[in-house]
Ligand binder design. Structure first.
Ligand code: S3P
Length: 431
């Protein structure tokens, strides 16, 4: 499917974005191994989270829909999962594959987990290696570095693991394995990454401690996790295209309601604010373990900045959008320390540079990020998402900021995380 986007004359409106994908995955997985029934309101219905649900069902969990968007998960308890009779298919979802591998590594049965062509190219050694140190028996293509993975579950032991790269998926896989391991598991992150798993585990009664710096200790459960009902906030990664669109557009004023503003996720707000954006948080409150706010954003004159270090894991999925913001900012924008972008759903350094260059942008592809000179004028062209949902949204927003007509090829990939994206774009864009 392809979509045509023309220049937006103005950007207006109030919208609620797709629910948080990371929280939805974790709420389904943790409640599936908890004691009791949980109602997860506003569970994200994108393809990634649906892949997690279908894997959990294969593992014996009962997940059913109540109304349009509430998912009811009946916990099986820590020992209730059963051997899947078929392959677990994570499709395009790295979170599904990595978190579930950590979980099934500790179960007394065999699991095989696979994904689509993109996921089969993404690095799995980062979870396989520490899980093997915990005693897990995992094989896979290329010595266990690539899916499909075959996991002969069994008893695990706690380890002290210093993660070489910042990754919430690796951390969460090890926390899930650590729940079942003998002895304590200690995880040291090079920089703090999203902590949704930790917040949820704590609320559900897991024995989790935080040490100096980004150190997390988990002890094996002595009692079952308690089921936790929750309402999933909007995903700041799905709010991000609108934040950049409104900040860079000369005539914009929008409000995005009920967005999760967990500080491990708000790097995009900090970066845009440093660039001079006009962003205000309103009605800040807590939904269960997670902070939520409405975000008001208006047109602004952006200026270039350098983004690196601890800001990178806090804005990892939004960095390509910040490169787009750089095209409309005065001066140079540098995004560094972000080599991880090359191993996302697409090589996001390359696909972002290729897409934005097709629209006439002047930017440099670097091994660990981008260099952009602004301000520039973009003009419409035919561009492809390469099947990457975040790229489809970036190109759509770039199209609305360009002169003339932009055609986004493989536009349907937005359904991975934000099925209503194109409707919402029509909603805020004044032609
Ligand atoms: C995610 C973590 C991030 C992010 C991904 C979702 C998660 O990946 O890019 O979209 O839900 O844990 P890393 O684990 O590589 O940081």
């Amino acid at each position: 499917m392809q979509r045509t986007v023309t220049t937006a004359k103005a950007i207006r409106g109030t919208l609620g974005v797709s629910a948080n994908k990371s929280i939805s995955h974790r709420a389904a997985i943790l409640n599936a191994i908890a004691d009791g029934e949980a109602i997860i309101e506003d569970f994200q219905r994108g393809a990634d989270c649906l892949a997690t649900i279908s894997c959990l069902r294969r593992l014996g969990a009962t997940c059913r829909w109540r109304g349009d968007s509430a998912l009811v998960v009946k916990g099986l308890g820590s020992q209730g999962l059963r051997e899947p009779s078929s392959v677990l298919d994570a499709r395009n979802s790295g979170t599904t594959m990595r978190l579930l591998t950590g979980l099934v590594a500790a179960q007394p049965f065999l699991s095989v987990i696979n994904g689509d062509a993109s996921l089969r190219m993404r690095p799995m050694g980062r979870i396989v290696e520490p899980l093997r140190k915990m005693g897990a028996d995992i094989t896979g293509r290329d010595g266990g570095r690539l899916a499909p993975l075959v996991i002969r579950g069994g008893p695990l032991r706690g380890i002290h693991y210093r993660m070489p790269a910042a990754s919430a998926q690796v951390k969460s896989a090890l926390l899930l394995a650590g729940l079942y391991a003998e002895g304590e598991t200690v995880i040291e992150e090079p920089a703090p990454t999203r902590d949704h798993t930790e917040r949820m585990l704590r609320k559900m009664g897991a024995d989790l401690q935080f040490g100096e710096g980004a150190v997390i200790r988990i002890r094996p459960r002595t009692r079952e996790l308690e089921a936790m009902s929750l309402r999933v906030p909007g995903d700041i990664s799905s709010a991000a295209p609108w934040l950049v669109l409104a900040s860079a557009h000369p005539d914009a004023a929008i409000q995005i309601v009920d967005v999760g503003v967990n500080p491990t996720r708000t790097g995009i707000l900090d970066c845009l604010t440093l660039m001079g954006a006009d962003i205000r948080l309103e009605n800040e409150r807590l939904w269960g373990a997670e902070p939520v706010a409405n975000i008001a954003v208006r047109s602004s004159q952006l200026r270039g900045i350098t983004i690196g270090g601890d800001l990178v894991p806090r804005s990892i999925d939004e960095l390509p959008l910040l490169a787009l913001a750089g095209c409309f900012a005065q001066g140079e924008t540098v995004i560094k320390d972000a080599a991880e972008l090359a191993v996302k759903e697409s090589n996001r350094i390359r696909t972002t540079v290729e897409g934005l260059r097709a629209l006439g942008a002047n930017l440099e592809e670097r091994e660990d990020g981008f260099r952009v000179w602004g301000p520039q004028k973009l003009r419409g062209a035919v561009v492809s998402s390469h099947g990457d949902h975040r790229l489809a949204m970036l190109l759509a927003v770039a199209g609305a900021l360009s002169q003339g007509e932009t055609v986004v090829v493989q536009a349907e990939s937005v359904s991975i995380s934000y099925p209503r994206f194109w409707l919402d774009l029509d909603g805020v864009r004044r032609p």
